[in-house]
Design a protein. Structure first.
Lengths: 115, 370
């Protein structure tokens, strides 16, 4: 992942905004866990990934509105996990003939493996 | 031969696939002590349309947990047209959207079936192809037959799909043994390990409504009463419901268990600030030094400053020493406040307190302790 100076400043800014709200605010259980794991920084960065993950989903045919609603439900770890990787998906889009062919081969292979 | 509509997309599976297949032993033992056959016949069924095995499987487990999402709404939430499938991450996120908590099930057959024995259908990912040519598919395990060596599932267009144990195990193994249950807040999975469970609850905290968060954390605190984080979770949920006195008590419990639990300490101080007990809040923060390289030093400094300001304001008020005095007391401070309030509410003393205090202060103190 490329981390420019700008990105780092942004993260630093977000970190401050995130951890020092104008109104006193409770530390969330997620922050408490991140503190224990030493992953506070990652957690802040992951929030910034929402837009890019939503953009990836939109590029794959999800409406922009729904994409935003979908990423809003993802945890920072989940965002981190899929950001930039959605289109590396293993092919779930194979045609029916292809699927039946592969399933057939697999069944034959299993037949021989099964004692 | 059963027809198996393939679908799905699995971003999490790929990186771990080689690792798992390299060292996996396909243990298909079902404990002898269990019933020879289990089938959760009440589990709902949604025949999958097109590539919608994700929505169909998720609808099944959500409905089994008492939620009622529409199939179409789930397609909108988790289907990715460009992938002709659904992502595991979105199944987890959408479970939370419907106010159920997704827990990952450990990658052992026994762990999956233990949930089934406990009455919970288990959503799994399968690879119906080959490791190098995966065909991803989501299905829901609803039972087993030990003597026949079979797994029973709601899958694709089949209400009950019967698969022999070994091929089932391989298909699951080739999908990195991914499995999850969707539970009502307050329920815990059969396999109870603290870190993954609090992780799941912390993720639920970000979006779940307060009363459900409270149920969930109370169950955790009940099972792990010596874990500070569990009580902090209960406290945060109480706070979100406006129950400040309970929240303060929960944070105090957390601190008794683990005095260096800074999240609980900071949260206790915030609650005390909101309860107009700033001097006590200041003392709570000052009671323990924070490491100089702690990432929350600034937060601590900011909060301390606010508490000190508020405390000084309160001290300037001639009435406040009554309440301030209790902060240095040996008695649990909150109980003492409650005492003052109880007295205040029973008749004459109330008048005198309201005469001497500003109405706002008296009101907030009494509210916070009832």
């Amino acid at each position: 992942m490329i981390r420019s100076f700008f990105a780092n400043s942004l993260v630093a800014f977000a970190m401050i905004a995130f951890l020092m709200p104008a109104q006193a605010q409770l530390v969330s259980t997620g922050d408490a866990l991140a503190l224990e794991n030493g992953s506070l920084q990652l957690r802040v960065e992951a929030y910034l990934l929402q837009d890019s993950v939503a953009a990836e989903l939109t590029a794959l045919g999800v409406s922009h509105e729904m994409a935003m609603a979908r990423v809003a439900n993802m945890s920072p770890e989940e965002l981190e996990l899929i950001a930039g990787r959605i289109d590396e998906m293993p092919a779930g889009a194979a045609g029916v003939v292809y699927i039946l062919g592969v399933v057939f081969i697999v069944l034959i292979v299993m037949h021989f493996f099964r004692r | 031969m059963s027809k198996r509509p393939a679908c799905g997309a699995a971003v999490m599976a790929a990186p771990f696939l080689l690792l798992v297949t390299a060292c996996a032993t396909l243990d298909t033992t079902i404990p002898e002590s269990w019933a020879p056959r289990v089938e959760l016949t009440e589990t709902p069924f949604h025949a999958q349309l097109e590539h919608h095995c994700g929505p169909a499987a998720l609808a099944t487990v959500l409905e089994a947990a008492g939620a009622s999402p529409s199939y179409e709404a789930l397609v909108d939430r988790i289907y990715v047209p460009g992938l002709e499938g659904s992502l595991q991450v979105e199944l987890l996120a959408t479970t939370r959207h419907y106010h159920r908590i997704p827990f990952r099930v450990p990658g052992e057959l026994e762990a999956v079936l233990a949930e089934v024995v406990a009455g919970r259908p288990v959503l799994i990912l399968q690879n119906l192809g080959l490791p190098s040519r995966p065909i991803w598919h989501y299905a829901v395990v609803i039972g087993y037959d030990r003597d026949r060596g079979e797994i029973l599932m709601r899958s694709g267009e089949e209400r009950v799909q019967v698969t022999r144990l070994r091929p089932w195990m391989r298909q699951w193994d080739w999908a990195s043994r991914w499995a999850m249950v969707a539970l009502r807040p307050g329920e815990l999975p059969v396999h109870r390990e603290f870190p993954p469970i609090v992780r799941a609850l912390a993720d639920f905290d970000d979006h779940g409504p307060g009363h459900l968060r409270l149920q969930a954390w109370l169950a955790v605190a009940d099972y792990w009463p010596l874990e500070a984080l569990a009580w902090m979770g209960v406290g945060n949920a109480h706070y979100s419901l406006g129950a400040l006195a309970e929240a303060a008590r929960n944070f105090e419990t957390a601190l008794q268990l683990q005095p260096d639990h800074w999240p609980a300490r900071l949260n206790l101080a915030v609650v005390l600030l909101e309860q107009d007990h700033s001097c006590r809040g200041r003392d709570v923060l000052a009671a323990r030094p924070m490491a100089s390289d702690h990432p929350w030093r600034e937060v601590l400094g900011d909060l301390t400053e606010r508490l000190e300001r508020a405390c000084a304001d309160q001290s300037a008020d001639p009435v406040h020493p009554v309440f301030q005095g209790s902060s240095g007391s040996e008695l649990p401070w909150l109980e003492k406040t409650r005492l003052v309030c109880a007295t205040a509410q029973s008749g004459r003393r109330q008048t005198s307190i309201l005469e001497t205090h500003s109405t706002r202060q008296a009101g907030s103190v009494c509210r916070s302790s009832t």
